[in-house]
Design a protein around this ligand. Structure first.
Ligand code: ZN
Length: 349
């Protein structure tokens, strides 16, 4: 039912690193089992992770200029009108939810996650992560309820640190409630619906069952969440996914679901630390209420990000991704899965 199609092609060249002996260099082109979209595995072993000491930016001068630091937040960030959020800003633990002053959509909120200006991955504690996600979910519920089903799509996304495109280093999630889901989410919904019509099954439940059986890309579980490396990763340094096959909408997603998400996230962060990965993007996708609950399950995707080198700081996204919309990955999902599985369970805090 799920097809993991791939094709390997070779470049013939005379290799200067081996006295110009004939050499075959491999490129693997894979097709996503849900969307049918391609991605390629190439440049194996060429990219080294570029770790930066982000803590060096935690200076009084930088903190004084940061809108999310505690001394500035109440003065310089906007509030919601009282008819929507009577308190102006939602608070939970260290998290404060504010409107994005440069919004992407009608409901485009930020969850400022911490009082600290810089929070390295190893300091992302359970309360810090969980409070931000619970508060983000609370905001999404309020916005969705206020619009009474007119904005069916809810998203929580995260740019952590500058290589990921994060413009402010002070940790913050983004919460978007919208009628316009964006291309990946829309395609994922459409293909999940097609899969359901064709096979009478929820793709996400099937994916978890099949990957668990195959064992090559299945990392492990944290409660109701199943962690795996996608067959066609979206990032240069691969991708990680957690699927909650039985959880669908923002109404189904309870605190214990987010607790399971955080438990896995901390193991993932421990792996990132070990591999020198210090930046990533996240997308958390809920099923819209209604028909989609049959064919779509809650899942999140995590893409590690890096500069290609510390001098010129080239982006890890180039014309392949921007101009051709073609992901390129330098590590096999199966290798990455095996690496993470090795320390799965050691990263809990
Ligand atoms: Zn700050």
């Amino acid at each position: 039912m799920l097809k993991f199609n791939k094709e390997v092609v070779y470049t013939d060249l005379l290799d200067p690193r081996e006295d110009f002996r004939p050499q075959k260099i491999e490129t693997e082109i894979r097709t996503d089992p849900l969307t049918g979209e391609s991605g390629r595995l190439a440049h194996f072993g060429v990219i080294r992770m570029q770790k930066e000491d982000f803590l060096a930016w935690d200076t009084p001068e930088n903190r004084s200029r940061c809108p999310f630091c505690p001394e500035n937040l109440a003065k310089v960030t906007p509030q919601y009108p009282p008819q929507f959020i009577p308190e102006g800003r939602l608070k939970r633990g260290q998290t404060t939810i504010i409107p994005n002053i440069a919004p992407y959509d009608q409901y485009s909120a930020l969850a400022v996650m911490s009082r600290a200006h810089i929070v390295p991955l190893e300091k992302m504690t359970t309360p810090l992560l969980k409070d931000a996600l619970v508060a983000g979910l609370d905001f999404a519920r309020r916005a969705a309820a206020r619009e009474n089903g007119r904005l069916p799509y809810q998203l929580i996304i995260w740019n952590y640190m500058p290589p990921s495109g994060g413009g402010l280093v002070h940790p913050h999630l983004q919460i978007i409630v919208t009628g316009f889901p964006g291309n990946l989410y829309r395609k994922t919904l459409e293909h999940s619906q097609n899969f359901y019509r064709e096979h009478g099954k929820n793709y996400w439940q099937e994916l978890c069952a099949v990957e668990k059986k195959l064992g090559k890309r299945f990392i492990g579980s944290t409660g109701a969440g199943h962690w795996l490396t996608p067959f066609v990763p979206q990032g240069l340094l691969g991708e990680f996914m957690v699927v909650f096959p039985e959880v669908k909408t923002i109404a189904d997603c309870q605190e214990d679901t987010l607790q399971d998400l955080v438990a896995g996230l901390q193991r993932l962060f421990a792996y990132f630390e070990e591999m020198g990965i210090a930046s990533f993007n996240m997308g958390l996708f809920f099923a819209p209420v209604g028909e989609a609950e049959k064919y779509f399950s809650l899942h999140a995707r995590f893409v590690p990000r890096t500069y290609l080198n510390p001098q010129e700081k080239p982006s890890d996204i180039n014309a392949m991704q921007m101009s051709l919309q073609e992901p390129v990955t330098v590590i096999r999902p199966e290798t990455q899965c095996a690496e993470l599985r090795e320390l799965w369970g050691k990263g809990e805090k």
